[in-house]
Write a protein that binds this ligand. Structure first.
Ligand code: SAM
Length: 265
């Protein structure tokens, strides 16, 4: 079976199918869905995780890009419970998530090439998302959860930690998939945090600031931000402009972005 899955997998769709029952169970248990939930599974594939999610009795929206997988998913899930299960045959990056009935719980063993844009897209509609359980490359999990002062701390760490709480749940080796990916993976839970989000006056300013601040990691904040942030602004906020971007805590990025947004408005 795993040989067949490996042979049928399409690289361009980032297909690495889960074949490890313990990992599949661990993911389904972490989600702990109830019949009151509306789950959205991104990239259900052959339904490895879908089966356990479906068994919870939750409402289920499946979003799958590979058209060859659609008939199997329709037969196994949608036709069994058409009232609570639907399938969108599309690219998740093009789906209007706002149009789905919230609040939503997102689950997915994600194709690695879309994981970062997808997380940003999900956070844009964070007010209608309860939580996100996703399998990512271990390296991306490390970046999301990295504390300041570490080499993994960067744009992804700041943007996600500024808006959500992230928790690494399960480490997953390549042998849990067919075909095995070249890198280790990990499952993470991300919970949008409305109190944190309320601290951010203008998300676009924060995004632009963080992108520019980490433009060149080896340079100082003053250098990376020299056409935008004056020494006076750094000083008035108690920020050492000689620091490297990875030294600045998430809250300080938010404070600086708010000050810049206020100056620009
Ligand atoms: N959930 C299955 C599992 O765990 O075995 C499959 C996981 S596989 C890593 C990723 C799945 O996402 C594949 O089924 C693939 O076809 C689908 N996919 C890839 N790009 C997608 C996109 N942009 N939108 C929706 N699904 C996508």
């Amino acid at each position: 079976m795993s040989k067949q899955l490996a042979q049928s997998a399409r690289k361009r769709f980032g297909q690495n199918f889960l074949i490890d029952p313990q990992i599949i169970d661990a993911i389904v248990s972490s989600v702990a869905a109830t019949p009151e939930d509306h789950l959205v599974e991104i990239g259900p594939g052959h339904g490895a995780i879908t089966e356990g999610l479906f068994a919870s009795g939750a409402r289920l929206t499946l979003i799958e890009l590979d058209r060859d997988l659609i008939p199997g998913l329709l037969a196994a899930f949608v036709s069994q419970a058409p009232k609570r299960c639907e399938l969108l045959s599309s690219d998740v990056l093009k789906v209007d998530l706002k149009a789905l009935d919230g609040p939503l719980r997102i689950v997915g063993n994600l194709p690695y090439n879309i994981s970062t844009p997808l997380l940003f897209k999900l956070l844009e509609v964070s007010e209608q998302i309860i939580d996100i359980h996703v399998m990512l490359q271990q390296e991306v999990v490390n970046r999301i959860t990295a504390p300041p002062g570490t080499s993994a701390y960067g744009r992804l760490s700041v943007m996600i930690q500024a808006q959500a709480d992230a928790e690494r749940l399960i480490d997953v080796p390549p042998t849990s998939f067919a075909p095995p990916p070249k890198v280790d993976s990990g499952v993470i839970r991300i919970r949008p945090n409305s109190a944190k989000r309320a601290q951010i006056d203008d998300l676009n300013t924060l995004e632009a600031l963080v992108r520019q601040a980490f433009g060149q990691r080896r340079k100082t904040l003053r250098n990376n931000l020299k056409d935008w942030v004056s020494d006076h602004t750094f000083e008035s906020l108690g920020i050492n402009a000689q620091d490297r971007p990875e030294r600045l805590p998430v809250e300080t990025y938010v404070t600086l972005a708010n000050a810049l947004a206020a100056m620009e408005s």
